[in-house]
Design a binder for this molecule. Structure first.
Ligand SMILES: C[S@@+](CC[C@H](N)C(=O)[O-])C[C@H]1O[C@@H](n2cnc3c(N)ncnc32)[C@H](O)[C@@H]1O
Length: 254
């Protein structure tokens, strides 16, 4: 079903209850029941027209996704995109919900440990100092994210705004959070086809604007897995490859 026309947006949204959630606070602590399974839940805060969440949910049927925005017109457009992307593919919308709410009230929507990942893509930069508290990476918001993320919880943040990126790295660091895969120019080697682009990202990339990105590990398990991986990499870098050793011995013997 297509959701067309600017008029009657509410009616159009209400006609899609299996995809659109207009009363998300009713489901606090019950989102896994909403999806009907225990799979991880990934949320994009401020999804805009929804390309990212639509593509991600299509590519990863074993993850549940929730796209969030505070404008019903954007929910309508995101719904249209998600439906359109699946047309003729046979893939259902079962792992995707689009929820209407203001992120400032996120603690009313999700319970502790309910989410596994939060994507912040091209969040409004709020460049004026007096608006710093509105930035979605301000410590006030990050404290709320920490509460609702689970043991494997992570925040993945992308932005074109250098000042917001600097602010965010400081915000995460001041809170003692561990970061990885920090990039000041995500597509420096050419477009990263392994990552799903957002609408804003495409526009900025075409204009040659650098995209900044960071992953923040919140949950204990996420952090432990990262440390384990680093240790493995260190070991591999230190211990010479068995074949190399044999080669060296052979050289010595000769
Ligand atoms: C700059 S757009 C980025 C859209 C999309 N993530 C992208 O990268 O193309 C920021 C989006 O965040 C939404 N947004 C900003 N503040 C919000 C809030 N407090 N609650 C819900 N949505 C918000 C806006 O409505 C807008 O759609």
């Amino acid at each position: 079903m297509r959701l067309r026309g600017r008029k009657g947006i509410r009616e159009a949204l209400e006609a899609q209850p299996e995809l659109i959630v207009l009363n998300p606070a009713d489901y606090k602590g019950k989102w896994h029941e909403v999806f009907g399974n225990d799979r991880p839940i990934y949320v994009e805060l401020g999804m805009g027209k929804g390309r990212f969440i639509s593509q991600h949910s299509l590519l990863n049927p074993n993850i549940n996704y929730i796209g969030v925005d505070m404008y019903d017109e954007l929910l309508r457009r995101a719904a249209e995109k998600a439906i359109g992307a699946r047309e003729g593919s046979g893939v259902t919308l079962a792992n995707l919900k689009l929820a209407l709410f203001n992120i400032e009230k996120i603690e009313d929507i999700f319970a502790a440990n309910e989410l596994e990942r939060i994507y912040l893509n091209f969040s409004d930069p709020w460049p004026k100092k007096r608006h710093a508290r509105r930035r979605l990476t301000h410590a006030n918001f990050v404290h709320k994210y920490i509460e609702i993320l689970n043991d494997r919880g992570e925040i993945h943040f992308k932005t074109d705004s250098r000042s917001l990126f600097e602010f965010s790295l400081n915000s995460f660091a001041d809170m003692g959070l561990r970061m990885r895969n920090i990039s000041l120019d995500l597509h420096a080697e050419g477009l990263r086809t392994d990552l799903v682009l957002t609408e804003y990202e495409s526009k900025f990339y075409e204009r040659g604007v650098n995209i900044h990105r960071v992953e923040v590990m919140i949950g204990r398990q996420a952090l432990e897995e990262h440390v384990c991986q680093l240790e493995k990499q260190r070991e591999q870098a230190q211990v010479p490859d068995a074949n190399e050793e044999d080669g060296a011995l052979a050289d010595e013997e000769a």
